[in-house]
Each structure stands twice: as C-alpha cells, then as structure tokens.
Design a protein around this ligand. Structure first.
Ligand code: NI
Length: 199
C-alpha cells in the first residue's frame, strides 16, 4: 500500500528511504506484479518454518518496498511469491527506534469499529478509493525469529495490516468498495490491465 497522499508532510519528493544495513549485498528489488496479473488473485500458503530462505525473502521484500519510494506495505503475493508474508514500514523519518514489521503467517484475531479511509495499492498505481474497514485490529504473526507476536493496531497501521493480509487471500481493495464506486474506476483499471510491463 502506498503512503496516503494527504498524510504526506514533506511536499518535495524524497529519495527512497532504503536502510542499507538491512539489505544483504546480493539483495535486489523484486518485480512488483500489477493489476491484471493472475497471481494477485491467488491464495498464499502458510509458511511451515522460517529459515534462511524466508529471511532472505524478507530482506528482498523490504528492499522492494523501499524501492517504490512511497510504499508503506507489501505482500509477498505482489512479487509473485505465494507465501503468507508481509512487510510494513509506516515509520516516521524522525523516529530512529522504529523498526519495520516483518510478519509471517499474519492472521486477524479480532476487529473493532469501522472507519472509511482512502486506499491505494502498489499493484494499482494511481488508483485510489475510499474503503470502509474495521478501525482497530489485533493481529497474530510470527517474526523472523519464529516467535509468535501479537500486534494491537489502530489508525494507519491497522489499515495497512488489513490491506496486506487481504493480498494474501487474493483480495484487492477494489473488492471492498461498492459496485457503483467501482464503475468509476473501470476505465482506469482496464488501462492498467492492458499496460506494457514493466514501465
Ligand atoms: Ni496493495
């Protein structure tokens, strides 16, 4: 999911915030899959055990997220890998202690409330829509050290968690808007579907 435009505090375009220390020398960004690619509609499989291959995937996904320049969340499905894994970085530039979330087998345990927020998707450039979702979520997942963690989230983090977990189930945000609203997006979606990739 890209950073919501109206939350951007910094008006001038900034360079991708890649943290070199997180990236192994052989790590290169992966190719993001775009709307129309059938892989985006497939269900990702749970990861049995997190080993070096999974940790390498985590590094590559994080690098791919940062390479977008405005990404705050990415699901493995979006790079054509059908494993239940997501990366999220909504960190503020001035918070040095912030660490990105690397979540294996993330699962929503409970939700609360309801809120409408504008969403976009790195797999659907330049398409946004207001989407109604629960306001708060509790998510269980495994971290790269195979430890079970619980995340209680609201605000932007709750939104990104739900958006990325949807990707693991082949669900896109446009599936969660009314059919009338979707009608307005149809010509843009068709253009995306027919676009030559990569740009
Ligand atoms: Ni997305």
């Amino acid at each position: 999911m890209p950073k919501p435009k109206r939350k951007r505090r910094n008006p001038q375009p900034s360079e991708p915030e890649a943290d070199e220390s997180l990236c192994l020398p052989q790590t290169a960004p992966l190719q993001i899959r775009y709307y129309g690619d059938p892989v985006l509609r497939k269900r990702a499989q749970p990861i049995q055990e997190i080993d070096d291959a999974e940790r390498q995937l985590a590094e590559e996904m994080l690098m791919t997220l940062y390479s977008t320049g405005n990404g705050i969340g990415l699901a493995a499905t979006q790079v054509g890998i059908l494993k239940r894994f997501i990366v999220i970085d909504i960190g503020e530039e001035d918070d040095e202690d912030y660490e990105p979330l690397l979540l294996f087998n993330p699962e929503i345990l409970s939700t609360e409330g309801e809120v409408v927020v504008e969403e976009g998707c790195l797999s659907m450039p330049n398409i946004t829509a207001d989407v109604k979702r629960p306001e708060k979520v509790i998510v269980a997942a495994l971290n790269p050290r195979n430890e079970k963690i619980h995340i209680e989230a609201d605000g932007l983090l709750a939104r990104v968690l739900q958006h990325e977990i949807d990707h693991l189930n082949g669900v896109l945000f446009i599936d969660r808007i009314g059919s009338l609203k979707r009608q307005f997006l149809i010509s843009d979606l068709k253009k995306l579907q027919q676009a030559e990739r990569p740009f």
